[in-house]
Design a protein around this ligand. Sequence first.
Ligand SMILES: NC(=O)c1ccc[n+]([C@@H]2O[C@H](COP(=O)([O-])OP(=O)(O)OC[C@H]3O[C@@H](n4cnc5c(N)ncnc54)[C@H](O)[C@@H]3O)[C@@H](O)[C@H]2O)c1
Length: 351
Amino acid sequence: MPVVPHAQLEAFSQQLLLAAGVPAENAELTARMLLAANLRGIDSHGVHLLSYYLKQIEAGTVHPTHEGRVVSESGACLSYDGENALGQVIARNCCDHAVRLAKEHGLSIVTAREANHFGACFWWAREIARHGMLGFVFCNASTLVSPWQGKQPKYGTNPICLAVPPCGDDGQEPFLLDMATTTVAANKIFKAFINQQPEIPLGWAMDKEGVPTTDTVAAYNGLVSPLGGYKGYGLAMMVEILCSVLGGGALPNDLGGIRFVTKPVRVSHCYIAVDITRFMPLEEFNTRMLALTAIMKATAPAFGFTEVLMAGDPEKRLEAQRLASGIDIPEGNWKDLTDGAARLGVSVPVV
Ligand SMILES: NC(=O)c1ccc[n+]([C@@H]2O[C@H](COP(=O)([O-])OP(=O)(O)OC[C@H]3O[C@@H](n4cnc5c(N)ncnc54)[C@H](O)[C@@H]3O)[C@@H](O)[C@H]2O)c1
Protein backbone atom coordinates (compact mmCIF):
# COMPACT_ATOMS: atom_id res chain seq x y z
CA MET A 1 0.00 0.00 0.00
CA PRO A 2 1.64 3.34 -1.02
CA VAL A 3 2.33 5.71 1.87
CA VAL A 4 2.49 9.26 0.56
CA PRO A 5 3.66 12.27 2.58
CA HIS A 6 0.68 14.57 2.90
CA ALA A 7 2.31 17.62 1.22
CA GLN A 8 3.20 15.51 -1.83
CA LEU A 9 -0.30 14.04 -2.02
CA GLU A 10 -1.87 17.49 -1.72
CA ALA A 11 0.32 18.85 -4.53
CA PHE A 12 -0.53 15.83 -6.73
CA SER A 13 -4.26 16.29 -6.04
CA GLN A 14 -4.03 19.97 -6.90
CA GLN A 15 -2.25 19.16 -10.19
CA LEU A 16 -4.99 16.67 -11.11
CA LEU A 17 -7.71 19.27 -10.53
CA LEU A 18 -5.80 21.97 -12.44
CA ALA A 19 -5.32 19.59 -15.36
CA ALA A 20 -9.09 18.93 -15.32
CA GLY A 21 -9.72 22.66 -15.76
CA VAL A 22 -10.43 23.76 -12.17
CA PRO A 23 -9.15 27.32 -11.49
CA ALA A 24 -6.07 27.47 -9.22
CA GLU A 25 -7.77 28.84 -6.08
CA ASN A 26 -10.53 26.23 -6.22
CA ALA A 27 -8.10 23.40 -7.03
CA GLU A 28 -6.08 24.38 -3.97
CA LEU A 29 -9.16 24.50 -1.72
CA THR A 30 -10.48 21.14 -2.93
CA ALA A 31 -7.12 19.38 -2.60
CA ARG A 32 -6.53 20.88 0.87
CA MET A 33 -9.94 19.86 2.25
CA LEU A 34 -9.77 16.31 0.86
CA LEU A 35 -6.30 15.88 2.36
CA ALA A 36 -7.56 17.26 5.67
CA ALA A 37 -10.07 14.38 5.76
CA ASN A 38 -7.27 11.83 5.20
CA LEU A 39 -5.19 13.48 7.91
CA ARG A 40 -8.09 13.07 10.34
CA GLY A 41 -8.50 9.40 9.41
CA ILE A 42 -11.72 10.05 7.46
CA ASP A 43 -10.29 8.10 4.53
CA SER A 44 -13.78 7.45 3.15
CA HIS A 45 -13.83 11.18 2.27
CA GLY A 46 -10.21 11.81 1.37
CA VAL A 47 -8.29 12.20 -1.89
CA HIS A 48 -9.64 9.00 -3.41
CA LEU A 49 -12.85 10.99 -4.07
CA LEU A 50 -10.87 12.84 -6.73
CA SER A 51 -11.07 9.86 -9.04
CA TYR A 52 -14.88 10.26 -9.02
CA TYR A 53 -14.74 14.06 -9.32
CA LEU A 54 -12.31 13.89 -12.25
CA LYS A 55 -14.48 11.42 -14.16
CA GLN A 56 -17.52 13.64 -13.50
CA ILE A 57 -15.68 16.70 -14.82
CA GLU A 58 -14.44 14.77 -17.87
CA ALA A 59 -18.02 13.56 -18.54
CA GLY A 60 -19.38 17.12 -18.19
CA THR A 61 -21.58 16.26 -15.20
CA VAL A 62 -19.64 18.63 -12.88
CA HIS A 63 -18.65 22.06 -14.15
CA PRO A 64 -15.02 22.86 -13.21
CA THR A 65 -15.26 26.67 -13.49
CA HIS A 66 -18.75 27.42 -12.18
CA GLU A 67 -19.18 29.21 -8.83
CA GLY A 68 -22.98 29.16 -8.37
CA ARG A 69 -25.15 32.21 -7.65
CA VAL A 70 -27.43 33.68 -5.00
CA VAL A 71 -31.07 33.03 -5.91
CA SER A 72 -32.60 35.07 -3.07
CA GLU A 73 -31.62 36.76 0.18
CA SER A 74 -34.19 37.76 2.78
CA GLY A 75 -32.97 38.81 6.21
CA ALA A 76 -30.94 35.94 7.62
CA CYS A 77 -32.06 33.47 4.93
CA LEU A 78 -30.24 32.87 1.68
CA SER A 79 -30.97 30.48 -1.15
CA TYR A 80 -28.11 29.49 -3.48
CA ASP A 81 -28.05 27.71 -6.83
CA GLY A 82 -24.82 25.73 -7.11
CA GLU A 83 -25.13 25.61 -10.92
CA ASN A 84 -23.40 22.25 -10.85
CA ALA A 85 -20.08 23.69 -9.68
CA LEU A 86 -17.66 21.56 -7.64
CA GLY A 87 -19.29 20.83 -4.28
CA GLN A 88 -16.34 22.33 -2.41
CA VAL A 89 -16.66 25.63 -4.30
CA ILE A 90 -20.39 25.85 -3.54
CA ALA A 91 -19.75 24.99 0.12
CA ARG A 92 -17.03 27.65 0.48
CA ASN A 93 -19.30 30.31 -1.03
CA CYS A 94 -22.27 29.28 1.14
CA CYS A 95 -20.17 29.28 4.35
CA ASP A 96 -19.02 32.83 3.51
CA HIS A 97 -22.64 33.90 3.11
CA ALA A 98 -23.70 32.11 6.31
CA VAL A 99 -21.00 33.88 8.36
CA ARG A 100 -21.76 37.28 6.79
CA LEU A 101 -25.48 36.97 7.51
CA ALA A 102 -25.00 35.65 11.05
CA LYS A 103 -22.74 38.63 11.86
CA GLU A 104 -25.57 40.88 10.73
CA HIS A 105 -28.58 39.01 12.14
CA GLY A 106 -27.21 36.80 14.95
CA LEU A 107 -27.90 33.64 13.01
CA SER A 108 -28.37 32.57 9.43
CA ILE A 109 -29.53 29.70 7.27
CA VAL A 110 -28.20 29.13 3.76
CA THR A 111 -29.50 26.41 1.46
CA ALA A 112 -27.84 25.34 -1.80
CA ARG A 113 -29.49 23.37 -4.58
CA GLU A 114 -28.08 21.89 -7.83
CA ALA A 115 -24.93 21.20 -5.84
CA ASN A 116 -22.33 18.43 -5.81
CA HIS A 117 -20.52 16.24 -3.29
CA PHE A 118 -18.52 18.49 -0.92
CA GLY A 119 -16.46 15.82 0.89
CA ALA A 120 -16.60 15.54 4.68
CA CYS A 121 -18.87 18.02 6.49
CA PHE A 122 -16.42 18.82 9.31
CA TRP A 123 -14.34 21.15 7.14
CA TRP A 124 -17.32 23.38 6.33
CA ALA A 125 -18.78 23.44 9.85
CA ARG A 126 -15.31 24.34 11.12
CA GLU A 127 -15.08 27.17 8.57
CA ILE A 128 -18.16 28.69 10.25
CA ALA A 129 -16.97 27.91 13.81
CA ARG A 130 -13.66 29.70 13.15
CA HIS A 131 -15.71 32.90 13.35
CA GLY A 132 -16.86 32.21 16.92
CA MET A 133 -20.13 30.72 15.72
CA LEU A 134 -21.84 27.38 16.01
CA GLY A 135 -21.57 25.84 12.55
CA PHE A 136 -24.19 23.30 11.49
CA VAL A 137 -23.86 21.58 8.11
CA PHE A 138 -26.15 19.07 6.42
CA CYS A 139 -26.46 17.62 2.93
CA ASN A 140 -28.57 15.03 1.21
CA ALA A 141 -26.88 12.26 -0.72
CA SER A 142 -27.58 9.75 -3.46
CA THR A 143 -30.11 7.01 -2.73
CA LEU A 144 -28.56 4.04 -0.94
CA VAL A 145 -30.78 3.64 2.13
CA SER A 146 -34.26 2.24 2.47
CA PRO A 147 -36.93 3.90 4.61
CA TRP A 148 -37.35 1.82 7.79
CA GLN A 149 -39.38 -1.34 7.10
CA GLY A 150 -38.70 -1.08 3.36
CA LYS A 151 -36.14 -2.70 1.03
CA GLN A 152 -35.67 -0.14 -1.73
CA PRO A 153 -33.06 2.63 -1.68
CA LYS A 154 -34.97 5.92 -1.44
CA TYR A 155 -32.65 8.35 0.34
CA GLY A 156 -28.97 8.87 1.20
CA THR A 157 -26.49 8.77 4.06
CA ASN A 158 -27.52 12.40 4.76
CA PRO A 159 -24.83 13.60 7.21
CA ILE A 160 -25.23 15.88 10.22
CA CYS A 161 -22.43 18.05 11.54
CA LEU A 162 -21.91 20.58 14.34
CA ALA A 163 -18.63 22.37 15.00
CA VAL A 164 -18.27 24.36 18.21
CA PRO A 165 -15.68 27.16 18.59
CA PRO A 166 -12.90 27.84 19.29
CA CYS A 167 -11.75 26.11 16.09
CA GLY A 168 -8.48 27.79 15.30
CA ASP A 169 -5.15 26.78 13.85
CA ASP A 170 -3.93 26.17 17.41
CA GLY A 171 -5.66 22.79 17.37
CA GLN A 172 -8.43 23.67 19.83
CA GLU A 173 -11.70 21.98 18.95
CA PRO A 174 -14.03 21.30 21.88
CA PHE A 175 -16.71 19.39 19.96
CA LEU A 176 -16.91 18.42 16.31
CA LEU A 177 -19.67 15.95 15.59
CA ASP A 178 -19.60 14.82 11.97
CA MET A 179 -21.68 11.75 11.20
CA ALA A 180 -23.70 10.02 8.55
CA THR A 181 -27.27 9.19 9.58
CA THR A 182 -26.44 5.63 8.53
CA THR A 183 -24.31 3.31 10.69
CA VAL A 184 -21.34 4.35 8.54
CA ALA A 185 -20.72 6.60 5.56
CA ALA A 186 -21.38 4.71 2.29
CA ASN A 187 -17.85 5.47 1.08
CA LYS A 188 -16.52 3.10 3.75
CA ILE A 189 -18.39 0.29 1.94
CA PHE A 190 -17.33 1.50 -1.55
CA LYS A 191 -13.74 1.68 -0.34
CA ALA A 192 -13.89 -1.91 0.96
CA PHE A 193 -15.28 -2.96 -2.44
CA ILE A 194 -12.67 -1.12 -4.55
CA ASN A 195 -9.90 -2.56 -2.42
CA GLN A 196 -11.33 -6.11 -2.60
CA GLN A 197 -11.79 -6.41 1.15
CA PRO A 198 -14.10 -9.49 1.39
CA GLU A 199 -15.94 -8.61 4.63
CA ILE A 200 -17.28 -5.50 6.34
CA PRO A 201 -18.45 -5.31 9.98
CA LEU A 202 -21.99 -6.47 10.78
CA GLY A 203 -24.42 -3.56 11.07
CA TRP A 204 -22.95 -1.48 8.21
CA ALA A 205 -25.20 -2.79 5.43
CA MET A 206 -28.00 -5.04 4.20
CA ASP A 207 -28.25 -7.08 1.01
CA LYS A 208 -30.82 -6.35 -1.73
CA GLU A 209 -33.54 -8.10 0.29
CA GLY A 210 -32.92 -5.94 3.37
CA VAL A 211 -31.12 -8.73 5.28
CA PRO A 212 -28.05 -7.61 7.31
CA THR A 213 -24.81 -8.77 5.62
CA THR A 214 -21.05 -8.72 6.16
CA ASP A 215 -20.33 -9.67 2.53
CA THR A 216 -18.76 -6.62 0.85
CA VAL A 217 -20.14 -7.39 -2.63
CA ALA A 218 -23.66 -8.01 -1.31
CA ALA A 219 -23.42 -4.76 0.66
CA TYR A 220 -22.09 -2.83 -2.36
CA ASN A 221 -25.09 -4.02 -4.38
CA GLY A 222 -27.50 -3.70 -1.44
CA LEU A 223 -28.50 -1.07 1.12
CA VAL A 224 -26.63 0.99 3.70
CA SER A 225 -28.14 0.47 7.19
CA PRO A 226 -29.84 3.46 8.82
CA LEU A 227 -28.33 4.52 12.15
CA GLY A 228 -30.40 3.05 14.99
CA GLY A 229 -33.25 1.80 12.79
CA TYR A 230 -36.23 4.14 12.47
CA LYS A 231 -34.47 6.91 14.44
CA GLY A 232 -31.75 7.19 11.78
CA TYR A 233 -34.48 7.22 9.13
CA GLY A 234 -36.15 10.11 10.98
CA LEU A 235 -32.90 12.08 11.29
CA ALA A 236 -32.19 11.53 7.60
CA MET A 237 -35.63 12.90 6.73
CA MET A 238 -34.88 15.95 8.89
CA VAL A 239 -31.73 16.50 6.79
CA GLU A 240 -33.71 15.91 3.60
CA ILE A 241 -36.27 18.56 4.65
CA LEU A 242 -33.58 21.15 5.51
CA CYS A 243 -31.67 20.48 2.29
CA SER A 244 -33.74 19.38 -0.70
CA VAL A 245 -37.22 20.43 0.43
CA LEU A 246 -36.36 23.84 1.95
CA GLY A 247 -33.57 24.42 -0.58
CA GLY A 248 -35.92 23.93 -3.55
CA GLY A 249 -33.61 21.23 -4.90
CA ALA A 250 -34.02 17.82 -6.49
CA LEU A 251 -35.86 15.27 -4.33
CA PRO A 252 -34.07 11.93 -3.77
CA ASN A 253 -35.65 10.18 -6.79
CA ASP A 254 -33.95 12.69 -9.11
CA LEU A 255 -30.45 12.55 -7.63
CA GLY A 256 -27.38 11.14 -9.33
CA GLY A 257 -24.33 10.12 -7.32
CA ILE A 258 -20.57 10.32 -7.54
CA ARG A 259 -20.46 6.72 -8.79
CA PHE A 260 -22.87 7.46 -11.67
CA VAL A 261 -20.57 9.50 -13.84
CA THR A 262 -23.04 10.51 -16.53
CA LYS A 263 -25.89 11.74 -14.30
CA PRO A 264 -25.61 15.12 -12.51
CA VAL A 265 -25.52 14.62 -8.74
CA ARG A 266 -27.97 17.47 -7.93
CA VAL A 267 -27.67 17.21 -4.14
CA SER A 268 -28.65 20.07 -1.80
CA HIS A 269 -26.76 21.48 1.20
CA CYS A 270 -27.82 23.44 4.28
CA TYR A 271 -25.56 25.66 6.43
CA ILE A 272 -26.64 27.24 9.73
CA ALA A 273 -24.48 29.73 11.63
CA VAL A 274 -25.28 30.93 15.17
CA ASP A 275 -23.39 33.91 16.57
CA ILE A 276 -22.68 32.92 20.19
CA THR A 277 -22.00 36.51 21.25
CA ARG A 278 -25.73 37.25 20.84
CA PHE A 279 -26.26 34.93 23.84
CA MET A 280 -23.16 35.50 25.98
CA PRO A 281 -19.52 36.57 25.62
CA LEU A 282 -17.45 33.96 23.78
CA GLU A 283 -15.18 33.48 26.82
CA GLU A 284 -18.18 32.55 28.97
CA PHE A 285 -19.37 30.07 26.34
CA ASN A 286 -15.89 28.53 26.13
CA THR A 287 -15.77 28.14 29.91
CA ARG A 288 -19.17 26.46 29.89
CA MET A 289 -18.07 24.11 27.06
CA LEU A 290 -14.97 23.17 29.05
CA ALA A 291 -17.20 22.43 32.06
CA LEU A 292 -19.49 20.21 29.96
CA THR A 293 -16.48 18.37 28.52
CA ALA A 294 -14.99 17.90 31.99
CA ILE A 295 -18.25 16.32 33.23
CA MET A 296 -18.27 13.84 30.33
CA LYS A 297 -14.57 13.01 30.54
CA ALA A 298 -14.78 12.40 34.28
CA THR A 299 -16.98 9.36 33.55
CA ALA A 300 -15.50 6.06 34.72
CA PRO A 301 -14.55 4.05 31.59
CA ALA A 302 -16.60 0.95 30.79
CA PHE A 303 -15.02 -2.51 30.55
CA GLY A 304 -12.52 -2.61 27.68
CA PHE A 305 -12.04 1.18 27.49
CA THR A 306 -9.56 3.53 29.12
CA GLU A 307 -11.34 6.87 28.74
CA VAL A 308 -14.43 8.75 27.57
CA LEU A 309 -14.10 11.00 24.51
CA MET A 310 -15.97 13.92 22.99
CA ALA A 311 -16.93 13.96 19.29
CA GLY A 312 -13.94 15.02 17.21
CA ASP A 313 -11.32 13.66 19.65
CA PRO A 314 -10.46 10.49 17.68
CA GLU A 315 -9.93 12.44 14.44
CA LYS A 316 -7.91 15.22 16.13
CA ARG A 317 -5.53 12.65 17.62
CA LEU A 318 -4.96 10.89 14.30
CA GLU A 319 -4.15 14.20 12.61
CA ALA A 320 -0.95 14.71 14.59
CA GLN A 321 0.08 11.10 13.87
CA ARG A 322 -0.57 11.23 10.11
CA LEU A 323 1.15 14.58 9.65
CA ALA A 324 4.29 12.79 10.75
CA SER A 325 3.78 9.37 9.14
CA GLY A 326 2.17 10.19 5.75
CA ILE A 327 -1.06 8.79 4.35
CA ASP A 328 -1.71 5.17 3.36
CA ILE A 329 -3.55 4.95 0.08
CA PRO A 330 -4.90 1.45 -0.61
CA GLU A 331 -3.76 -0.04 -3.95
CA GLY A 332 -7.21 0.14 -5.58
CA ASN A 333 -7.61 3.83 -4.79
CA TRP A 334 -4.03 4.63 -5.83
CA LYS A 335 -4.62 2.90 -9.18
CA ASP A 336 -7.78 4.98 -9.76
CA LEU A 337 -5.85 8.18 -9.04
CA THR A 338 -2.86 7.26 -11.19
CA ASP A 339 -5.19 6.20 -14.04
CA GLY A 340 -6.70 9.71 -13.77
CA ALA A 341 -3.21 11.21 -13.88
CA ALA A 342 -2.40 9.22 -17.04
CA ARG A 343 -5.59 10.46 -18.75
CA LEU A 344 -4.84 14.07 -17.79
CA GLY A 345 -1.07 13.99 -18.46
CA VAL A 346 -0.11 14.66 -14.81
CA SER A 347 3.09 13.13 -13.49
CA VAL A 348 2.64 10.72 -10.59
CA PRO A 349 4.75 11.18 -7.43
CA VAL A 350 7.29 8.44 -6.83
CA VAL A 351 6.20 6.52 -3.72
N1 LIG B 1 -20.79 14.44 1.55
C1 LIG B 1 -21.59 13.44 1.75
O1 LIG B 1 -22.48 13.16 0.97
C2 LIG B 1 -21.45 12.59 3.00
C3 LIG B 1 -22.44 11.65 3.31
C4 LIG B 1 -22.29 10.89 4.45
C5 LIG B 1 -21.17 11.02 5.26
N2 LIG B 1 -20.22 11.93 4.91
C6 LIG B 1 -19.01 12.07 5.75
O2 LIG B 1 -18.54 10.80 6.13
C7 LIG B 1 -17.68 10.96 7.24
C8 LIG B 1 -17.74 9.76 8.13
O3 LIG B 1 -19.05 9.61 8.71
P1 LIG B 1 -19.31 8.43 9.76
O4 LIG B 1 -20.71 8.55 10.23
O5 LIG B 1 -18.88 7.15 9.16
O6 LIG B 1 -18.29 8.87 10.94
P2 LIG B 1 -17.83 8.06 12.25
O7 LIG B 1 -18.84 7.04 12.61
O8 LIG B 1 -16.43 7.62 12.05
O9 LIG B 1 -17.81 9.21 13.36
C9 LIG B 1 -18.99 9.94 13.68
C10 LIG B 1 -18.74 10.89 14.83
O10 LIG B 1 -18.56 10.14 16.03
C11 LIG B 1 -17.44 10.65 16.75
N3 LIG B 1 -16.84 9.57 17.52
C12 LIG B 1 -16.20 8.47 17.03
N4 LIG B 1 -15.76 7.69 18.03
C13 LIG B 1 -16.16 8.28 19.19
C14 LIG B 1 -16.03 7.95 20.57
N5 LIG B 1 -15.42 6.83 20.95
N6 LIG B 1 -16.55 8.80 21.47
C15 LIG B 1 -17.17 9.94 21.10
N7 LIG B 1 -17.34 10.32 19.81
C16 LIG B 1 -16.83 9.48 18.87
C17 LIG B 1 -16.50 11.17 15.71
O11 LIG B 1 -15.62 12.14 16.25
C18 LIG B 1 -17.49 11.75 14.69
O12 LIG B 1 -17.80 13.09 15.03
C19 LIG B 1 -18.09 12.29 7.87
O13 LIG B 1 -17.01 13.18 7.67
C20 LIG B 1 -19.29 12.76 7.05
O14 LIG B 1 -19.37 14.17 6.85
C21 LIG B 1 -20.35 12.72 3.82
